[in-house]
Design a protein around this ligand. Structure first.
Ligand code: MYA
Length: 415
């Protein structure tokens, strides 16, 4: 009758279970196996429906007290308006957050960036969670959530976007991360929100999509000097510099910086554009004003205003995320631009993104990075982006999607 699992499904289920059981303990995810996320053993099981995995519980049943931390530590809710608090978070992340596989670079989110990332419309201070050493008050761990409406196919779901999970290097592998995750989950539940979205470089149960970063050299000499990239085969430095040379100024007529009065037009443009992707944010004007209005050294946005009709036809944006260069005598930071949301209706996307590269070069970025999400694949190779090593996996908490998505079906960029 269509409801009973077919015999072949049961066979698949049994097989999946055997595979799961045969995994040695260190291949299993002792924490993630307890969480409402797609489990590896469920991959490809057609009997499982798309949507929430667990239904909400009454708010009165949500645990009222914080989870227990090991005795030496205490929770702190972080008010990032507080300059001193912001400094402490900045320092924890600058010294302990994400590094590349070879430990040559580490993300160096600026304080202005952190304030932007953590205070979108409707944000909750309680979702900005630190852990301190009780005696010294030193900040040793952090995790954050911010609210977002995210559409999955035709459902718009209230979610938390979880980011900046960080445990001090000296406190790693002591199972502090699961406590941090449970505590942020509890605080999100207290706001009657039951789903979340996050990205990570590690494979966990179970990615909804796996993306790749691509890198476009803007300052090839520096990138090579610091070991970010290497001279290609049969290439000299001067040929490489020539290869990546860009025009001095943008080419699209009507290309200009976004301004506050553009918010309604940009919102219409971007909403319409994002509707084609399976997972995408549901931006309203307040969101667009927050996330896309230019902020120095944080986010850059440009649009094309038709010189004839004054209509806004195209849009591109990128955010600023430098990396510390670890142990190089000549350079300490890599200035990187990250492609954010781009919309083309009239200007070819390739030309629009070439103009984005040109402004990034004018602003002295060393490299322009982009994921292969949305329609980005259509310009990456032609604009001389090269594939990075490392993948970025996208996840949803308490929301099952039947099949992993292609990166081009994602319309979401997290910071
Ligand atoms: S991604 C960026 C993560 N940060 C870094 O990579 C910075 C450098 N690394 C560190 O600071 C630590 O290594 C971290 C782990 C803190 C990452 N996402 O305490 P442990 C699991 C989720 O002994 P540590 C970002 O910020 C791991 O599989 N889980 O390990 C998004 C294992 O579980 P299991 C992760 O190395 C974060 C357990 O933790 C991650 O000392 C989204 C080990 O814990 C990871 N990136 O600390 C968080 N890395 O045994 C989820 C390791 O089961 C949010 N683990 O395999 C979920 C939604 C919550 C809200 C829900 C609301 C409804």
């Amino acid at each position: 009758d269509g409801n009973a699992p077919a015999e072949s499904d049961l066979a698949l289920d049994n097989l999946a279970q055997k595979v799961q059981e045969s995994l040695s303990l260190d291949q299993r995810h002792k924490f993630w196996e307890t969480q409402p996320v797609g489990q590896f053993k469920d991959i490809g099981n057609p009997a499982l429906p798309e949507g929430p995995i667990e239904s909400p519980t009454p708010l009165s049943e949500v645990k009222q007290e914080p989870y227990n931390l090991p005795n030496l530590y205490e929770w702190v809710t972080c008010d990032i308006h507080d300059e001193k608090m912001c400094d402490e978070i900045y320092t924890l992340l600058a010294n302990n957050y994400v590094e590349d596989d070879e430990n040559m670079f580490r993300f160096n989110y600026s304080k202005e960036f952190l304030r932007w990332a953590l205070q979108p419309p409707g944000y909750f201070t309680a979702w900005h969670i630190g852990v301190r050493v009780k005696t010294s008050k030193k900040m040793v761990a952090f995790i954050t959530g911010v609210p977002a409406r995210i559409r999955v196919r035709d459902e718009v779901v209230n979610m938390a976007e979880i980011n900046f999970l960080c445990v001090h290097k000296k406190l790693r592998t002591k199972r502090l991360a699961p406590v941090m995750i449970k505590e942020v989950t509890r605080r999100v539940h207290l706001e009657n929100i039951w789903q979340a979205a996050y990205t990570a470089g590690v494979v966990l149960p179970t990615p909804v999509a796996t993306c790749q970063y691509w890198h476009r050299s803007l300052n090839p000499k520096k990138l090579i000097d610091v070991g970010f990239s290497r001279l290609g085969a049969r290439m000299t430095m001067s040929r490489t510099i020539k290869l990546y040379k860009l025009p001095e100024s943008t080419v699209t007529p009507g290309f200009r910086k976004m301004e506050i009065h553009d918010v309604p037009a940009v919102t219409r443009l971007i909403r319409n554009y994002l509707s084609q992707f399976i997972v995408a944010p549901d931006f309203d004007e307040n969101d667009v004003e927050h996330w896309l209005l230019p902020r120095d050294n944080v986010v850059n946005s440009y649009l094309v205003e038709s010189p004839e009709t004054h209509e806004v036809t195209d849009f591109c944006s990128f955010y600023t995320l430098p990396s510390s260069i670890l142990g190089n005598a000549n350079y300490s930071t890599l200035k990187a631009a990250y492609s954010f949301y781009n919309v083309s209706t009239t200007t070819p996307l390739l030309q629009l993104m070439n103009d984005a590269l040109i402004v990034a070069k004018q602003k002295d970025y060393d490299v322009f990075n982009a994921l292969d999400v949305m329609q980005n694949e259509s310009f990456l190779k032609e604009l001389k982006f090269g594939p990075g090593d490392g993948k970025l996996h996208y996840y949803l908490y308490n929301y099952r999607v039947k099949q992993a998505l292609k990166s081009s079906e994602l319309g979401l960029v997290l910071l």
